[in-house]
Design a protein around this ligand. Sequence first.
Ligand code: CP3
Length: 347
Amino acid sequence: MALNDSALLAAAHRRQGDRLPIWFMRQAGRSLPEYRALRQGISMLDSCARPDLVTEITLQPVRRHAVDAAIFYSDIMVPLKAIGVDLEIVGGVGPVIAAPITRVADLDTLRPLEPADVGYVSEAVAAIVAELGDRPLIGFAGAPFTLASYLIEGGPSKDYAKTKSLMIAQPELWLDLCSRLADISAAFLTVQVQAGASAVQLFDSWAGSLSAADYAGFVQPHSAAVLRRVGELGVPRIHFGVGTSELLPLMGAAGADVVGVDWRLPLAEASRRIGPDFAVQGNLDPALLTAPWPVLAERVRDVIRSGAHAPGHIFNLGHGVPPTTDPDVLTRIVELVHTEGPEIRAE
Ligand code: CP3
């Protein structure tokens, strides 16, 4: 089977075949004991710069769960680190920035990303793709808004107050910041695609904190710039955020082929909002992964049933795999989706 006929790429192009494709956001990493063993004594960002580790960690969930795609093991902050932004990934917290952005002079460090800055990414992608055969590798990057939120807040945030206030009160600074981030994001995706990734996902994880009007005015144009540049490379583009029920049509129109949906809306309703030109990805609530199997299995079937109303469906969670997830549950979901998926979709 050629890569282009893979279930995931076909669904992304709205040519759903017999197999319902499935993968999990954050499948590579924290839920797997074999990952935790490999990471012993190595910091997250150091692990991302080691092609041997990145290759092994990316492939671990593919071997274990028989998912239909691999997602590149890295982080949305890696390209920023690579151009010299002083940041750390702090355990149990997330990305922390040494000098948060407040004024124009702070943008000086945000220079364009050159492929040579992330040679270890090209190397790892090539090694992974060689092992994957006909299964696609999904490359990814953070979208300008989500990256900006870390750079402005200095770390994770609940309300994104500093980000929103800079966006509204200093629109020129915001524009300059997001233009630079769009360039960096597009360059990071280009590196991955040129090394062999056959689809990409743009993570605007925190865009759901915005109103549709502010998203349309201040954020969508920058994500659109990223997606336009990746579109020129000819690979399908997945565009995802959390809490984006009111933003879904705008996220599709930004230049996606597939819109990622969290658990708040049934996929049929999400697809109705996004329109017939887009496939959808999602959207099992990750919180349900701890529910007893018969209950969970019914919810998996509900997602399949609802997804059948969209012109293309890639099964996933509504957000990442929680760290405490029993990996055997993920394997069972993959089996269910593959064995019962086609039948349920045909009901
Ligand atoms: O699996 C693991 O958690 C261990 C490795 C790790 C990643 N990121 C992998 C990753 C660690 C420790 C981080 C740090 C980090 N970065 C956090 C900490 C909190 C947490 O969830 O563990 C956060 C919030 C970030 C920022 C970030 N990274 C965002 C917002 C996203 C987009 C996806 C999302 O969760 O909304 C990422 C992407 C990311 N981080 C990926 C991986 C392997 C790629 C996407 C994927 O696997 O689906």
